[in-house]
Write a protein that binds this ligand. Sequence first.
Ligand SMILES: C[S@@+](CC[C@H](N)C(=O)[O-])C[C@H]1O[C@@H](n2cnc3c(N)ncnc32)[C@H](O)[C@@H]1O
Length: 265
Amino acid sequence: MKMIEKFFQRLVKYILSFFIMLFSFTVGLLTPRGQYIHSLICDYFGFSFNKTRLPLISWKKVSGDEKVTLTDLEISAGNMRVDELALICGVIRKEQPKGILEIGTMNGRTTLNMAINAPDDCRVYTLDLPAEGLEAAKFEISERYQKLVKKEQSGAIFLEKDEINFPEKRKITQLFGDSARFDFSPYENQIDLIFIDGSHDYEYVINDTNVAMQLLRNGKGVILWHDYRNGLAVVPAIEEVRKKYPNLEIYHIEDTTLAYAKIGE
Ligand SMILES: C[S@@+](CC[C@H](N)C(=O)[O-])C[C@H]1O[C@@H](n2cnc3c(N)ncnc32)[C@H](O)[C@@H]1O
């Protein structure tokens, strides 16, 4: 019986993958899903483009094994892995920033978790591009990220929380706009940790890093980039950033898709 079951399972997988391949090599060629399948195949056989190449750094080095508190573990579109969320909160516990900026709010899951783990007197700014701002965005935003922009509400997770159980939400300030057009001047010299997780398109990653460099308090602090992984534009964008800021030592946090730099150690 088991043998027959296994045989049928294999047959179903064979038929499904046949049709998925058929899709990805025909109409799928024009869709992000089809293109993603091609990247997966190339990665699997060792032909990765935009391969990650930053030096690795350990979790312990960046977070010092700090204890963290997490909430809302369920992952929705655009959210990160729970271990990466925990690690970012660990970095916050270690660094004790007084000002945090997140570029790319989505549903606010990371924003709220950062606020919970930040010192009492910390302000957590989170910037998001509203759907109606897409047309006027300075650089092209690929379809993949446009989907994340087109949502009903930014920050729904912390907005829906009550202040009695989640007093940390008072630390959060929501900002709206395109990170390439937004006037960040009121926040200059006020940010100690910046999390770059807006559009992962090449120009935006470079732009958002320039913003980070402009905002850090006395030029010191931590920058984290999300989605540093094979095949994504974050990889060549960070290579460009390294050319522009040769003294910026950027690392890839091991077993994550996070890049990390601590300036002014
Ligand atoms: C990957 S999601 C962010 C996920 C969130 N940081 C988290 O950890 O759960 C990307 C977010 O960036 C926002 N975004 C995309 N392009 C942007 C831009 N040019 N300026 C500001 N926000 C942008 C999108 O609206 C979306 O909410």
